[in-house]
Ligand binder design. Structure first.
Ligand code: IMP
Ligand code: MG
Length: 427
């Protein structure tokens, strides 16, 4: 069973990029399964920092095939600039493959994303304005454009002639915005077709060939479980399925092949955008953690909201994804704290809850129940083995394991590849 699913257990930005880069070392293939360039990964190799929005984090390993899977919505313009930047930095993109079934972000999608957010006023979601929600909406409405359409330009043109009037109607009548023209989009996307041709493939034989040979395949989720369209804090979610099920659907692989579902969790919690966040720290301590942890969005540069580890959220996402191993990241960010809090559940309307409620108004106004643990007040950045961690840091990790009912197999104590502790059970 060669598949390892790597999912975010919180609200995204858990550090999946670093973990996937680590897993990719021994994997034949990495498949990015959903999301678009709303996501952002940072991978540090030596002195170099690489940023990815669409390209799987495994690309830095020359022998690993990296697939942009069928569940992704990709903006060809953004992908091309990412390809250029990576090639300029010396990365080899010969192993990049794009599924012909992946959908494309069209020029009107980011425009509509912004207009729809403006229309929501105070109830806006805080999207990344990358057009991801509108592109997925069109996919569901069956008026989306797929990467494979780039290989059938006559078909693309015909579809544009049908879809663009629908879009222009909304743009003009609802928002008073200027229309898009078929000829201009056709020309732009014909250019993309030429430049992306070498990457576009039917990925089915590749993924299932690798599985048949027993090779290891890593499924790279983007965002996190609490941003899942079904399971997260709707409507303050993204428009795809960042959970383990979404990874399978988004890469065309069945559960039979899954050996492990690795959940990635930050040692505290962050969230970008609006929506309930029970353990949020709005005081100076939150500001301090934001600075120490460099908690600014990779994609938009927005400051992230910061809070304590929420074990009610984490237990929920462990269960929903079937997570059987946990990678805990950024433990070093907590090094200076005197006391560290863990939320174990909530009280809302006189009742106790051990997992996030679907009613987001209740979740927003609930009282988190905390347990306090002593901090370790020592640097963990140099720890390479579990025994190198101060006893209080180990106690924190072990308390999380007990609350999550899952073993912590990887602990990250810094951005560098070697700042990773791999415990028994980890690979
Ligand atoms: P959208 O995905 O751009 O539609 O944004 C919807 C919500 O998901 C917003 O709160 C975003 O900040 C959040 N979001 C989308 N992608 C990411 C991500 O990769 N990391 C963290 N938050 C994200
Ligand atoms: Mg990110």
């Amino acid at each position: 069973m060669p598949v390892v699913i790597c999912v975010g257990g919180q609200w995204g930005d858990e550090g999946k990029g670093k973990v996937v880069d680590l897993l990719a070392e021994t994997a034949a293939m990495v498949v990015r399964s959903q999301g678009g360039n709303n996501a952002g990964h940072t991978v540090v190799v030596g002195e170099r920092e690489y940023r990815f929005n669409l390209i799987p984090a495994g690309i830095l390993h020359p022998k690993t095939t990296c697939i942009i899977g069928n569940g992704v919505v990709l903006d060809p313009r953004v992908l091309l600039s990412e390809i250029e930047a990576l090639e300029a930095a010396g990365a080899d993109l010969a192993n990049l493959v794009i599924s012909e079934r992946a959908h494309m972000i069209m020029p009107y999608h980011p425009v509509l994303d912004r207009l729809e957010e403006q229309a929501r006023g105070d109830d806006r979601l805080g999207t990344t304005y990358r057009g991801v929600g509108p592109a997925y909406s069109d996919k569901v409405r069956r008026i989306g454009f797929r990467v494979g359409d780039l290989q059938k330009l006559r078909f693309l043109e015909k579809k544009l002639e049908f879809v663009l009037p629908l879009k222009n109607d909304i743009l003009g009548k609802l928002y008073g915005a200027p229309p898009f023209e078929v000829a201009a989009i056709l020309e732009e996307y014909t250019g993309y077709a030429r430049r992306l041709e070498r990457f576009i493939q039917d990925t089915f034989p590749l993924t299932h060939g690798a599985l048949a040979r027993g090779e290891e395949v890593v499924l790279e989720g983007a965002q996190g479980t609490m941003l899942d369209l079904d399971l997260g804090t709707y409507p303050y979610v993204t428009s795809s399925y960042p959970s383990a099920g979404g990874c399978l659907a988004g890469s065309g692989i069945g559960p039979r092949h899954v050996r492990q579902t690795l959940g990635v969790y930050k040692a505290y919690t962050t969230r970008v955008g609006y929506g309930p966040f029970p353990t949020e720290l709005t005081d100076g301590l939150g500001d301090r953690l934001r600075e120490v942890g460099h908690e600014y969005g990779t994609t938009t540069g927005r400051p992230r909201r910061v809070g304590w580890f929420d074990a009610a959220v984490a237990r929920y996402s462990v269960a929903l994804n079937g997570i059987d191993a946990v990678a805990l990241t950024k433990l070093d960010v907590l090094d200076d704290l005197e006391t560290i809090r863990i939320c174990t559940g909530y009280r809302s309307k006189g009742q106790a809850h051990d997992h996030p409620m679907a009613n987001i108004s209740h979740l927003k106004h609930c009282e988190p129940q905390y347990e306090d643990l002593p901090g370790w007040r020592a640097s963990t950045a140099g720890a390479r083995r579990y025994q190198d961690l101060p006893p209080a840091a180990r106690a924190y990790v072990e308390r999380l394991e007990a609350l999550l009912q899952a073993p912590v197999t990887h602990i990250s104590v810094g951005a560098a590849r070697d700042q990773t502790i791999i415990r028994a059970g980890g690979r």
